[in-house]
Design a protein around this ligand. Structure first.
Ligand SMILES: C[S@@+](CC[C@H](N)C(=O)[O-])C[C@H]1O[C@@H](n2cnc3c(N)ncnc32)[C@H](O)[C@@H]1O
Ligand code: SF4
Ligand code: SF4
Length: 335
């Protein structure tokens, strides 16, 4: 629940007084090396549990509504179950956790079931190993994890990154989610990979329309478009001033060693004594808040700054792959 003071601050300043979404890099450990992975550093480090506890406790007190437990592979965090226990009895929060499924034990499944605020997703970019493996490793691990979750009647979602090399498989993924009674099928946008140097397999406007059409044609499957994908949201409704990139507006990311970033995909780490100080004083956040919207077409997206190298290095630049493909832009250029 957002209180009046928060609403007034948001109206006056255009961003939240304190982040509403807190992403936390709880571990860098991961057995995989996925071609798509955006993480700058994987390794063996874990977040100190006292730091995690402090961030979560402060976040709950300050009205954070969504916590994201991110990795590496979150299930390999030695205090994963203890982290979930921190939310016991806490109302009005949601927790998201994305996982390859590696390290999923019966004990963890029970903890997931007990944590009613948690939406636990298995990441899968293809309905077959062949499609999945162009961007992700560990297909069999993820499929086995799904079987295990089903056997324990544990609700789970599937997280799918939309790419040129898997968009043809989207219909099969919908069928997979239907057949496996997936609680939520989350469609997410493709961000920079390979240490932020490259966008691999970018989709175009035609692909977005194809995804939107299939979502509309399959209302029995709970398919959602992540907030960081305004180009897809715009296929369903007119975007509002609050849609789109939340970095610096309502989203913050805390790295494994307590540094602050605007988003897990925006590697601009900064050290501050507190989150409040970072939120108020960071020059990176000031730049993000003043960069405006993408004018490549008429969707008016507060676009993702990690969806192209150009926008990553210059927050005000729109999405180049969009611009190249958007019919409106092409028409504009020709005239
Ligand atoms: C960094 S992973 C960490 C959690 C776990 N290791 C996993 O893969 O699910 C978090 C999510 O980011 C997604 N991801 C990785 N690289 C991406 C990229 N370049 N663009 C968009 N999403 C990406 C993964 O598919 C996964 O759903
Ligand atoms: S996407 Fe997830 S599973 Fe793949 S390498 Fe990155 S952290 Fe590991
Ligand atoms: S930079 Fe991209 S991924 Fe990060 S909050 Fe903004 S839209 Fe989402």
């Amino acid at each position: 629940m957002i209180d009046r003071e928060r609403i007034n601050f948001l109206k006056q300043n255009g961003y939240h007084k304190y982040p509403m979404t807190m992403q936390m890099e709880i571990t860098r450990e991961c057995p995989f090396n996925c071609p798509q992975c955006y993480k700058i550093e994987l390794g063996t480090m874990h977040m100190d549990f006292n730091l995690l506890k402090k961030m979560i406790t402060d976040g709950i007190r300050n009205g954070v509504s969504l916590f994201v437990l991110n990795g590496g592979e979150p299930l390999l965090y030695p205090h994963f179950i203890d982290a979930l226990k921190l939310f016991k009895g806490v109302d009005n929060v949601s927790i998201n956790c994305f996982s390859s499924g590696y390290g999923l034990t019966d004990e963890i499944i029970e903890a997931i079931k007990e944590t009613t605020q948690l939406r636990f997703y298995i990441s899968l970019n293809g309905s077959t190993d062949e499609v999945n493996s162009t961007s992700r490793q560990g297909y069999n691990v993820s499929i086995n994890a799904i079987e295990k979750l089903k056997a324990h009647d544990c609700p789970f979602g599937v997280n799918w990154v939309a790419r040129k090399d898997n968009v043809h498989d989207f219909e099969n993924m919908i069928k997979f989610c239907r057949d496996n009674k997936v609680m939520q099928f989350s469609v997410t946008s493709n961000k920079l990979a390979e240490k932020k140097s490259k966008i691999c397999q970018p989709i175009d406007d035609g692909d977005i329309k194809h995804i939107a059409r299939l979502i509309k044609e399959n209302p029995d499957v709970n398919i959602t478009s992540e907030s960081c994908f305004p180009q897809l949201t715009a296929e369903f409704r007119k975007l509002t001033e609050y849609d789109g990139c939340a970095a610096g507006y309502s989203n913050v990311n805390i790295s494994i060693d307590g540094e602050f970033l605007p988003c897990t995909h925006l590697y601009y780490p900064e050290k501050f004594d507190s989150l409040e100080e970072y939120w108020e004083k960071s020059e990176v956040l000031k730049r993000l808040r003043s960069c405006g919207r993408c004018t490549n077409c008429n969707k008016n997206c507060r676009h993702c700054k990690a969806m192209s190298v150009e926008s990553y290095n210059n927050f005000g630049e729109g999405i180049v792959s969009c611009r190249e493909a958007t019919e409106e832009f092409k028409e504009g250029e020709a005239s």
